[in-house]
Design a protein around this ligand. Sequence first.
Ligand code: SAM
Ligand code: SF4
Ligand code: F3S
Length: 434
Amino acid sequence: MAPRFFIKTFGCQMNEHDSEKMAGVLLSCGFERAESEKEAEVIILNTCAVREKPVNKVYSELGRFKKTDKIVGVCGCVAQKEKKRLMERMPHVKFVIGPRNIYKIGEAVSKAFEGKKSLFVEQNGRCPITDLSYPVSRNNPYRAYITIMEGCDNFCSYCIVPFVRGREVSRPSRDILEEARRLADEGYREITLLGQNVNSYGKGLEEKIDFAKLLEKLHEIDGIEWIRFITSHPKDFSERLIEAVTTLPKVCEYIHLPAQSGSDRILELMNRKYTRQKYLEIIEKIKGAGKYFAFTSDFIVGFPTETEEDFEMTLDLIKEVEYEGVFAFVYNPREFTKACSWEDDIPLQVKKERLKRLLEVQDEITQKMSKSYIGRVVDVLFEDFDEENGELLGRTRTFKMVKVKGDKSHLGNIVKIKITDAKMYELRGEMAGR
Ligand code: SAM
Ligand code: SF4
Ligand code: F3S
């Protein structure tokens, strides 16, 4: 029997998709997928370095495997951050592979079986994306991720991502369109375009293209019904893009637009390159275009020098936008970043208290926004079936989870559902027209 691998993924959608790519490469090399960690001969941790917590988790996970005879490797952002240091600290680790080298996973695993160690990391150069010929083993048969760019050039003062994911590089549109067409042929209904800053797409490419144009081109592909993208940056949300997202019917009414703070002073220190007013203008223009749009966001609380007044401006922004949900984090100094050299002057107690207050404000809004779905008829793409309860699981165009009693025949279909009940993160409904 071929050796079996198990990939444990931490971090963002980019990492989730990288794990799908690594699984594709390993399967094509003849390895098999294990159903659980226990059954696997090869354990791969695809890691996240954005905050200290996920990094610590990696080290504690690695500690667990010290005494096993399993082959253990580390990929992703911690691998790129720690490089050789990781192997020195954890000698049982057989390979360390940064995000831009994940295609070497087959080679690294094969070498590990010969008792050899591998280190594949980048020096953060502007390396082109050349991944097209590699197979991808996708986790979902109806919704697919497509990488449109790698890396980030924004250098927000708190963020380690540009240092571990390298410089921003866009993928040629021809390759993206080819992948989308192939996905449509394979029966995928929805695509999510991935990048740390998708709306600066096109920078550095020879062809004359921007993100709005890419959306228009993808829109023409028959079979792809819904298009999403993550993450867009407020500084690059042009009028052209607002026009595209509000008028192209396949572009879903869901926008994750991280604000990070509601205070202009903090936004400037964060090097975000937009003001609160500019941010609100984008939201208002999209809301004003005549369709209901769901917004979500990321926030950091307790950034160096953040006063109670700054924080209240963040709360105020949250109330004004009425997000369907937010991800909020306590500021955590990260190696290499500009803010890391500043005093981390907000006591942890204060940071935690602000986070709690922020989440309380948001929870109330999330409840309200969820309840507002009751009585509405919405399109849902069903992607999973819960055998035990006889329930279909799917998502609305606004990315809300919906559960409906039904049968498997609706899997992969977009169905009109009347929403009858709403919890914070989950809606319930019935087939409309019954
Ligand atoms: N590229 C996206 C953007 O511009 O918003 C996402 C970047 S990051 C992978 C995801 C989120 O982690 C950020 O939006 C930010 O809220 C949070 N984050 C990044 N660095 C952080 C830090 N040092 N401390 C706390 N949260 C952080
Ligand atoms: Fe980090 Fe800013 Fe780049 Fe997002 S845009 S990945 S927050 S540096
Ligand atoms: Fe984490 Fe790397 Fe994503 S640091 S959030 S896995 S880009």
